[in-house]
Design a protein around this ligand. Structure first.
Ligand SMILES: Cc1ncc(COP(=O)(O)O)c(C=O)c1O
Length: 329
């Protein structure tokens, strides 16, 4: 199978979005290199517009929607926050109306940001089915185009621009570690890396309970249905199943080995990034930091130069995972 988008679409996406996004820096840390026993290169998408890499895919998809349909009534999506925030930003840049469906319990910082960009915020029950249904109803009522957070080739091509930049910024990477939820970012990065630097291996980093490795190894969707959210501190990567469109791309272009990280380890990864690199990252990024620093040496010891995607920095400062609630002040 060949991916329905390739380096051409990723390069076109980059031309389309580059004046609306940041070319994020790559951060290094001698201390973290020492702990990991190899060179680590942190791609700081926590510093991206809207606080996560999601601005890339959302801008590409929304700008294409406007290009193909100049009278578009707008866009709508369902998202645990970061894609919603990014879609609201992209729609504002394109001058299109936007609605965002989020599950109840989404961190306040993410809800505030979605509204700040001018989108309508719609709450629903925290189940994948409720999210899809509410989003579908809004699309039917308003005619707005549904921009899926990951199962959309324009979104995947937009996320691929992370690798386009990273592989230019750092030559000769052996591997890239990518926190995964629905798989849009990993698909985009894996396809781009395959074209630009085929020897560089792309590994997904998942929360405990996702069970992606056995699905990738067997190339079968072995997950229980209906789809579930995982109980993890990393609120951005709670979806257990990757997408129907992303799964075949992951089977073909990503490594079947997956790094599985539990909550305590993600928090340790977050703290390492905060303390050692002074980077405010959310738990999904912490998963990749932990995998790079503590796991790569055991799982793939031959890998020496590792790109680590700090995918987002949208943390709610009132509910940091290592702070016990204190009502005394
Ligand atoms: C911060 C962050 N990291 C990682 C991911 C996973 O991205 P994907 O769903 O494309 O796998 C998300 C998705 O929402 C995210 O917000």
């Amino acid at each position: 199978m060949t991916a329905p988008f390739g380096i051409k679409e990723v390069r076109e996406a980059y031309m389309r979005i580059q004046s609306w996004i940041h070319r994020t820096p790559v951060i290094t840390s001698a201390t973290l290199d020492e702990l990991a026993g190899r060179k680590l290169f942190f791609k700081a998408e926590n510093l991206q517009k809207t606080g996560s890499f999601k601005a890339r895919g959302a801008c590409n998809a929304v700008f294409l929607e406007k290009q193909h349909n100049p009278n578009s009534p707008g866009v709508v999506t369902h998202s645990s926050g970061n894609h919603g925030q990014a879609l609201a930003y992209a729609a504002k840049c394109a001058g299109l109306p936007c609605s965002v469906v989020v599950p109840q319990g989404t961190p306040r910082v993410k809800c505030d940001a979605i509204q700040h960009y001018g989108a309508d915020l719609v709450f629903c029950q925290p189940t994948p089915a409720a999210r899809r249904e509410t989003c579908g109803q809004i699309a039917a009522q308003t005619g707005r185009a549904v921009i899926h957070p990951y199962d959309n080739y324009s979104v995947m091509a937009g996320q691929g621009t992370i690798a386009l930049e990273l592989l230019e910024q750092v030559p000769d990477l052996d591997a890239i570690l990518v926190p995964i939820s629905g798989g849009g970012m990993t698909s985009g990065i894996a396809v781009t890396t395959h074209h630009m630097q085929p020897k560089c291996r792309v590994f997904a980093v998942e929360p405990f309970g996702k069970q992606l490795q056995q699905c990738l190894e067997k190339k079968q969707r072995l997950w229980p249905n209906p789809p579930q959210f995982l109980n993890t501190v990393a609120d951005a990567i709670r979806t257990q199943q990757v997408g129907d469109l992303t799964f075949p791309i992951l089977c073909e272009f990503a490594e079947p080995n997956v790094f599985t990280i539990c909550d305590d380890q993600m928090v340790e990864g977050m703290k390492l990034a905060w303390e050692r690199s002074k980077m405010v990252v959310e738990a999904a990024s912490g998963a990749a930091v932990y995998a790079a620093v503590r796991c790569v040496a055991n799982v793939v010891p031959d890998v020496e130069r590792v790109g680590v995607i700090l995918c987002g920095g949208n943390v709610d400062l009132d509910t940091l995972p290592w702070v016990k609630p204190d009502v005394s002040y």
